[in-house]
Design a binder for this molecule. Structure first.
Ligand code: GUN
Length: 296
């Protein structure tokens, strides 16, 4: 039987509408939530992501500023752009689109962003708050979006065995922390699996909820999925496809056609996790504007 589709586009739209209503209330009080996105270089997927983020901000009634810098910008120049945004009280959220060009040190740049404006949740202060379950921090948008997808689809992490394939700082590791915290949307038993895991397929088959975030097109096959499990696919790899107008298609990390015959619920690519990431970035920007209004 075919799995239920988890519609990230619809759930993301629902969240964006909730954010827009809150933005209208803040705007009536003279505060327009504002997100600044810095894009260095001309990586085509990054250009698309940044454009989508700016469009979503404007659609929610927020202010959007996109700063584009050439790929050969010295690291010190990017640092001074961040310093300016840190000091500007009209800017509530700052995001540096990753990956950055090689001459820039991601860690140093991400640490330069004021943690109170770090709506990506990548600054060590926010990583620490996430691990401790301190709600004053920002949760990274993709893991936060996955948690919301589960909760709003009626899929309960409490008591479930969640296997996360991929241990990145962007997705796997923060998601493991989020889902294992006590309370609503948490209380899961989490395993983080990766390229060194012995018998990865057997490990995946123990999952009630399987999350795959490795960036390898269609890597997880039906044999790695327990019948009835929920499968969340974070991958978006461009695969050459001459039949498509752009010459490529987007593939997830999961072999969708075969896995949907085994899983109980599954996210499509595109239209699953992707729209949630943008929605949660707006949630974080709203959280930042509200916190700054409250003087925190
Ligand atoms: N590149 C891919 N995903 C992300 C993200 O969530 N934030 C930033 N800043 N860059 C990314």
């Amino acid at each position: 039987m075919s799995a239920r589709l988890i519609d990230g586009a619809a759930i993301g739209a629902e969240i964006r509408a909730e954010v827009a209503a809150q933005v209208a209330l803040l705007t009536a009080q003279g505060i327009v939530p504002s997100l600044a996105v810095v894009l260095v270089g001309e990586d085509p997927p990054s250009q698309i992501y940044v454009r989508s983020k700016a469009k979503a901000c404007i659609a929610a009634g927020m202010h959007s500023e996109v700063i584009t810098l050439p790929a050969d910008t010295p690291g010190a120049e990017l640092a001074s752009v961040i310093d300016r945004l840190n000091a500007d009280p009209r800017v509530h959220g700052i995001l540096c689109q990753l990956p950055l060009p090689p001459q820039m040190h991601d860690d140093a740049i991400l640490r330069r962003i004021d943690p109170a404006k770090d709506v990506d949740g990548f600054h060590p202060v926010n990583v620490g708050k996430l691990v401790l379950g301190d709600p004053s921090g920002f949760k990274p948008a993709t893991p936060y979006g996955i948690q919301q997808l589960l909760m709003r689809s009626g899929i309960e992490p409490r008591g479930a065995h969640v296997v996360i394939v991929g241990r990145s700082n962007l997705v796997g590791r923060p998601l493991a922390n989020l889902l294992s915290l006590p309370g609503a949307g948490g209380d899961a038993t989490v395993t983080v699996a990766h390229s060194r895991t012995h018998d990865l397929a057997a490990m995946c088959r123990t999952a009630d909820i399987l999350v795959v975030a490795i960036g390898r097109a269609e890597f997880i096959k039906a044999a790695a999925v327990k019948p009835g499990a929920t499968v969340i696919d974070v991958g978006t790899t461009r695969v050459n496809d001459a039949t498509r107008p752009r010459g490529y298609r987007l593939a997830g990390d999961v072999a969708f056609d075969e896995v949907r015959e085994v899983a109980g619920a599954i996210t499509p690519v595109p239209g699953g996790v992707g729209p949630m990431t943008i929605a949660m970035l707006l949630v974080n920007t709203l959280q930042s504007a509200s916190a700054q209004r409250a003087g925190r």
